[in-house]
Ligand binder design. Structure first.
Ligand SMILES: Nc1ncnc2c1ncn2[C@@H]1O[C@H](COP(=O)(O)OP(=O)(O)OP(=O)(O)O)[C@@H](O)[C@H]1O
Length: 234
């Protein structure tokens, strides 16, 4: 089974002489239970590729399937629930809502899905303890360290048991040790070592993570290397 299938993706920004060809014929697959690192220099196209795989942007050419569904054939009314329910996003800048507590931030995706309050609270408690933040549930992002904020963001991304977790430089703002701990957490999730992982027991998510940190790349199951919009190593 394949969770992500990317075939012959091209993407350019701008036109004419000023055009930037950000992706030039990228193809790869990611299976459930795989942690795939996407490495490459700044400007190599990593963010562009993750945005396209996550349905936040569209390619000029090529095909993307997530969870067996071709994104180009989905209307906004189908794409929205796919993004909301099947895909979790983690960004370098955490993206937490400053006025909400850690627990409230983690609960946002569950509210969007209208999960009943008691179930929501149970799940939030379980997610926060899984990422080691049970004691910090009532603190706001500004009262947490960078590593703690990123763990809240990961708990939030896992709230709906996504089939696919996309992380764009999730350790970019963290020191080496904290970054390593965050990457270990992603590894535990994808390898099904955590009870909250995946859709159901036995179905861990696929994780695609952009990073240029060599130590983190070493924790991946597989590495794809982007150079000027092309995969040059896999
Ligand atoms: N909205 C945009 N408009 C114009 N050019 C863009 C836009 N977004 C990205 N680009 C260009 O496309 C290329 C790929 O950018 P992208 O952000 O995907 O790279 P990246 O590998 O994620 O880099 P970084 O590690 O710095 O985030 C770069 O040359 C960039 O300048």
């Amino acid at each position: 089974m394949v969770m992500v299938r990317v075939e012959g993706i091209h993407k350019s920004y701008g036109r004419g002489a000023a055009a930037v060809h950000a992706l030039r014929g990228v193809s790869f697959e990611v299976r459930p239970g795989e942690l795939v690192a996407l490495k490459g220099r700044s400007g190599s196209g990593k963010t562009t590729l993750l945005n396209i795989v996550g349905g936040l942007d569209t390619p000029d050419q090529g095909r993307v399937e997530v969870d067996g569904r071709p994104l180009a054939e989905l209307g906004e009314d189908e794409l929205l629930p796919l993004r909301r329910d099947r895909i979790g996003f983690v960004f370098q800048s955490f993206g937490l809502i400053p006025i909400l507590t850690a627990a409230e931030n983690v609960g946002v995706p569950l509210r969007l899905r209208r999960t009943e309050a008691r179930k929501r609270e149970e799940r939030v408690t379980s997610l926060l303890s899984q990422v080691g933040l049970a004691e910090h549930a009532g603190q706001r992002p500004g009262e947490l360290s960078g590593g703690q904020q990123q763990r809240v963001a990961i708990a939030r991304a896992l709230a709906n048991r996504p089939a696919l977790l996309i992380a764009d430089e999730p350790t970019g703002q963290l020191d080496a040790e904290t970054g390593h701990a965050v990457m270990e957490l992603l590894r535990a999730v994808v390898h099904g070592e955590s009870p909250e992982a995946g859709d159901a027991p036995g179905t861990p998510p696929a994780v695609l993570v952009a990073t240029h940190d060599a130590a983190l790349i070493g924790l991946a199951d597989r590495v794809l290397e982007l150079h000027d919009g092309e995969i040059v190593g896999r």
